[in-house]
Design a protein around this ligand. Structure first.
Ligand code: B3K
Ligand code: ZN
Length: 883
């Protein structure tokens, strides 16, 4: 069951060609008979022509074996329909009719993990974006909404749990040990939200009382033996339900909300109506099996999928060009939720870090696309960080421009106006305009123009008139298909500080003095003058990262230190620290390139020392302040990426910091060791562990056997108790060619060899190692007994980590990393093109590498183009990258 290969040039789909569906479907009754050899799917639907002149009905279908078609209960003869590998056309249909189609499929052979497939002994579906057509012939597009009933028949012992969307309405027993159930979903939905699960599970049960007093049953289904790892997810469901009621007035609408955790899943999770299906990675957690980071992700992803019930399911997308309508908005909602249940400043730092490390490079590379794209070949390739994370930033821009009250009014209007509909991003923006009275015409450009705008800021202070003037100039580099860009509507949150670190009072827009002003950039150049400014101030710009842009301002070192210490916006404290470190690192990179000796300025280590000694600082914020900008972020600031220079400079600075602050790090380490009760996931414990582990990473850089022993000791003592500490120690050791490294890796494997999800961490840590033999190790690990190319989590852990998080070893000058990845992708593409395409990203960004590396990367892309039968997924990315 491989996907249609790209023998010919695959077709491009354009937004401008959108046409309304030609048929409506009143209802759809599905019946699944699941057996080991074969699954039979019977679908019965009632169709109406939208326009009486329409002749034929064209349904999509892929990898299906057609058994029979009946119209109004009469079997169709072969001359009454046409069948190709991807379409079923019923010829000359009447205005209203019923259609019954029977197909057979083989889920056990489905390695694409799209449609109905097997994960171990479980039957499971994934239909977004176009997987439903791999289950039956249908109008597989998000603007065809209908009522579903689903009957499932299967062996009673092998598949005691038979689940689908909506409410369970009937069940019964059959001969031959079989049983059946019937589900009915009262809400109309597009087929991408259909789900079916059949298997043997353990069930964690709970309930939630909604704001209107309804009792909702909450079910989490998991493989046997994992029930005790579902409590974090269950708490997250309840928190998310409460949060959506309190913040958006949105209540859950069915009587039951189910989550099933599945081991083989292409993405993180899926928001199917009433039956969310999750990758086990985003459900299972206990302190000894999951890191604090995992806990936070679980909360966020559970909330994200739950929030889709309103932003995605009740109101869905008209077409896939509108994907960010649900994804950007839902990421915005999950980010706001996570900030509320953790810490606003720290959460914002994480969000922006992710945006900068993943979305900014995408927006600057050959795959850059607008948040609402104009065209695509394979929609799976558009589940990108641009659609998701930049999409969320645009919603935040709108919220910043409208203010929280009007934004909420806009959301309320959007919900009431469009409930039950399939709509566009334009509909969303219009609801925001109508509710607020604001004109968002220019704001729409955020959806249309790709690329990250750059805003250059200069300042002028006139002591005589006490006027302070900021000049802000915006621009944006060309992106594929968009050589020229129009100026955008950019809100720049700004505060001014005096030299004692006090915030100055400003005349704000409403005439009343305030501490912050939102500068509204609409033209290429914007000038803003602040009156009655007693001294030359230090500007705090783009506070809380008020727009997804790059901002340049020529701060002096003293000004940055003042902001690091005194800015009242936690995000901008961190930002100032990043600018400081980035400037230093870029200078050292240049020095390294000129083959001059590197020198560490004492001022920087002294700054870090003073931060370490500040006992008032939030520990997570302090951890972020002590962490240098990533290699990827530094690479973003270079015209031609110099992998070796970036590493040399970064490692040099890290080692100098560790040497100078050894005593402080050691004390910090000891002060933050968590006790037995500290294994519990609470914010205070997370902060302590994080800070302690940042200290440990620095200490492990020092060539001191005692410190290495300390690292290994932490590994050993935490192994049965706390995964955060285990992984931190293992990560530190993984970069060192010392016996403790091998010992720890062996101990880890011995302890967790029967836990696939935990072994993923073991693969990932080895793939990220900076040691010179990492590539041969990764190659060896692809043959390891625990590796399975058919399991996406394994591929992401080993191959994804190597390609996307190990810049030094992946970009080895001889091209061995590229060769390895290219070969692996071609092998994987035959099994799972969606996951293969995700692995391809690092090879597509060759343009900013030096000419020798660029040529080696392109060579791999060209091999792919010459390989017969590559998937449309790979074809699209390779052609766009080489264009
Ligand atoms: N909507 C799904 C993503 C499906 C990915 C399909 N290739 C999960 C989410 O974003 O919530
Ligand atoms: Zn989503």
């Amino acid at each position: 069951m491989t996907k249609t290969p790209a023998q010919n040039t695959p077709a491009t789909i354009y937004l401008k060609d959108y046409a309304r569906p030609e048929f409506t479907i009143e209802k759809l009754d599905l019946e699944f008979e699941l057996t080991a050899a074969m699954t039979t799917v019977k679908s019965t639907m009632e169709l109406h022509k939208v326009d009486a002149t329409t002749q034929h009905l064209v349904l999509q279908g892929e990898a299906l074996e057609l058994i029979s078609i009946s119209m109004n209960k009469n079997i169709l003869l072969p001359e009454q329909y046409r069948l190709t590998a991807t379409q079923l056309t019923i010829l000359a249909v009447p205005e209203t009719f019923s259609l019954e189609i029977i197909v057979q499929i083989k889920p056990q052979e489905n390695t694409q993990l799209s449609g109905l497939y097997r994960s171990g002994a479980t039957f499971v579906t994934q239909c977004e974006a176009e997987g439903f057509r791999r289950i039956t012939y249908f109008l597989d597009r998000p603007d065809v909404l209908t009522h579903y009933t689903t009957k499932i028949i299967a062996d009673r012992h092998q598949y005691p749990h038979l689940l689908s969307n909506g409410n369970l309405v009937a069940k019964g027993e059959l001969e031959n040990q079989r049983h059946w159930v019937k589900w009915e979903d009262p809400f109309r939905k597009p087929c991408y939200l259909f789900a079916l699960v059949a298997g043997q599970f353990e069930l964690l049960e709970d309930y939630f009382i909604t704001q209107s007093g309804r009792r909702i049953l909450l079910h989490i289904y998991t493989e046997k033996g994992y029930l005790d790892q579902c409590h974090c997810a269950m708490q997250a469901v309840k928190k998310a339900m409460t949060w959506d009621e309190e913040n958006y007035g949105r209540e859950y609408d069915l009587d039951i909300f189910m989550i099933v955790a599945i081991s083989d899943f292409n993405s993180g999770a899926m928001e199917n109506k009433g039956l969310n299906i999750f990758n086990t990675k985003y459900i299972l957690a206990k302190p000894d099996t999951a890191t604090d980071e995992d806990y936070i992700y679980i909360q966020t992803v559970v909330a994200h999928e739950y929030f889709h019930n309103w932003t995605g399911n009740r109101i869905t997308c008209r077409d896939w060009f509108q994907l960010s309508l649900k994804e950007g908005l839902t990421v915005f909602r999950d980010q706001s939720f996570t900030a509320d249940v953790t810490d606003h400043g720290v959460a914002r730092i994480y969000d922006v870090n992710k945006l900068r490390n993943r979305q900014f490079p995408e927006d600057a590379g050959p795959l850059a696309h607008p948040v609402r794209p104009d065209s695509y070949i394979e929609i799976s390739n558009f589940y990108t960080t641009t659609i998701y994370e930049k999409g969320a930033e645009i919603i935040r821009v709108i919220q910043t421009l409208l203010g929280k009250v009007l934004f909420r009014r806009g959301m309320d209007l959007y919900f009431t106006r469009h409930d039950g509909q399939a709509v566009t991003i334009e509909d969303f923006v219009r609801a925001m305009e109508d509710a607020s009275g604001m004109n968002l015409t220019q704001c729409r450009l955020w959806y249309e123009q790709a690329g990250t705008p750059l805003v250059k800021v200069t300042a002028d202070y006139d002591a005589a008139t006490k006027r302070y003037t900021l000049t802000l100039e915006q621009g944006c580099l060309p992106t594929p298909g968009q050589p020229y860009k129009k100026p955008m509507h950019i809100p720049v949150r700004t505060a001014l500080f005096d030299h004692q670190g006090q915030t100055l009072l400003l005349d704000t827009d409403d005439g009343r003095p305030g501490l912050e002003k939102i500068l509204q950039l609409k033209e290429i150049t914007t000038t803003v003058t602040f009156k009655n400014v007693p001294e030359r101030p230090i500007p705090s710009l783009l506070r809380h990262f008020s727009a997804p842009i790059k901002l340049q301002f020529d701060y002096s070192e003293e000004e940055l230190v003042l902001l690091i210490k005194h800015d009242t916006d936690a995000f901008n404290r961190w930002e100032a620290s990043q600018i400081y470190a980035q400037r230093l690192l870029l200078e050292l990179i240049a020095t390294y390139q000129q083959k001059r000796p590197l020198q560490m300025p004492e001022k920087f280590t002294e700054l870090l020392r003073s931060l370490l000694n500040d006992k008032q600082l939030n520990k997570q914020l302090l951890s972020a302040l002590l962490t240098l900008p990533s290699e990827i972020y530094l690479a973003e600031h270079m015209a031609v990426v110099d992998v070796e220079a970036i590493f040399a400079a970064r490692e040099f600075v890290k080692l100098n910091i560790a040497t100078a602050l050894r005593a402080e790090f050691f004390a910090t380490y000891q002060e933050n060791v968590t006790t037995e009760t500290g294994i519990i996931f609470t914010l205070a414990n997370v902060g302590k562990r994080q800070l302690k582990n940042v200290a440990l990473q620095y200490l492990l850089l020092l060539p001191d056997p005692a410190l290495r022993k300390l690292g290994h000791q932490q590994f050993v003592t935490s192994l049965p108790l706390n995964m955060t500490d285990t992984m931190a120690a293992l990560r530190g050791l993984s970069h060192l060619a010392i016996p403790e490294r091998e010992l720890a890796l062996e101990q880890f494997y011995t302890r967790w060899r029967h836990e696939p999800l935990i072994i993923d961490k073991w693969f990932a840590v080895q793939a990220a190692s900076l040691l010179p033999d990492t590539l041969p190790q990764v190659e060896r690990l692809t043959h390891h007994e625990a590796f399975d190319i058919k399991n996406p989590n394994k591929v992401y852990a080993l191959i994804g980590t190597f390609g996307q998080q190990n810049m030094l070893r992946f970009h080895a000058a001889d091209g061995a990393g590229y060769h390895f990845l290219g070969k692996f992708i071609l092998q994987l593409d035959k099994l799972n093109s969606n996951v293969a395409a995700r692995m391809l990203k690092p090879l597509t960004e060759w343009r900013r590498q030096d000419s020798s590396r660029a040529a080696l990367m392109c060579a791999q892309l060209e091999i792919m183009m010459r390989t017969p039968g590559i998937s449309n997924d790979i074809y699209e990315l390779v052609t766009k990258s080489l264009a």
